[in-house]
Design a protein around this ligand. Structure first.
Ligand code: DQA
Length: 138
């Protein structure tokens, strides 16, 4: 199976960004552990702070990969464009968030991704990504 994790803006700062919310591990460290846990599966990784680059990547892999784990970060709450792309592609998308966005500010309760996602996993810290991978390989 061929999966990809796509992370949106500011997630390149994991480890040093608001560690009380997002934890103190870098994503690169986490990814090593995740890849060895799911060693039979190819897990690509892409991160961008730029909305159009996230759309380009989704379009590029969204008709051939077996699954996408997408944390669009702040664009989740603002991007009609990324929502439209998730709707347009055929590869199933699992939306993830590290934090429980519903226990936070009102503006984080809205998602343009959720209506088009296969499912949503949020609030379990980085474990949310493990659960998303699990759900895509069943
Ligand atoms: C986030 C939640 C978003 O509201 C926020 O803008 C992020 C990260 C999360 O993983 O908890 O950047 O997607």
């Amino acid at each position: 199976k061929q999966l990809i994790i796509i992370n949106g803006p500011n997630l390149n700062l994991l480890g040093k960004r608001e560690p009380e919310i997002y934890g103190s591990k870098t994503f690169e460290d986490f990814l090593k552990t995740l890849r060895s846990k799911f060693s039979g599966i190819n897990i690509d990784y892409y991160q961008s702070n730029i909305e159009g680059e996230l759309i380009d990547k989704l379009q590029e892999i969204g008709f051939s990969y077996d699954g996408i784990v997408l944390n669009a970060a702040a664009y989740t709450h603002t991007s009609v464009g990324i929502g439209d792309t998730v709707k347009a592609i055929t590869t199933p998308v699992v939306e993830v968030h590290i934090s429980n966005t519903f226990s936070r500010e009102e503006f984080r309760h809205q998602s343009y991704i959720s209506p088009h996602a296969k499912g949503v996993i949020l609030g379990f810290g980085l474990l949310s990504y493990d659960l998303a991978v699990e759900s895509l390989i069943l």
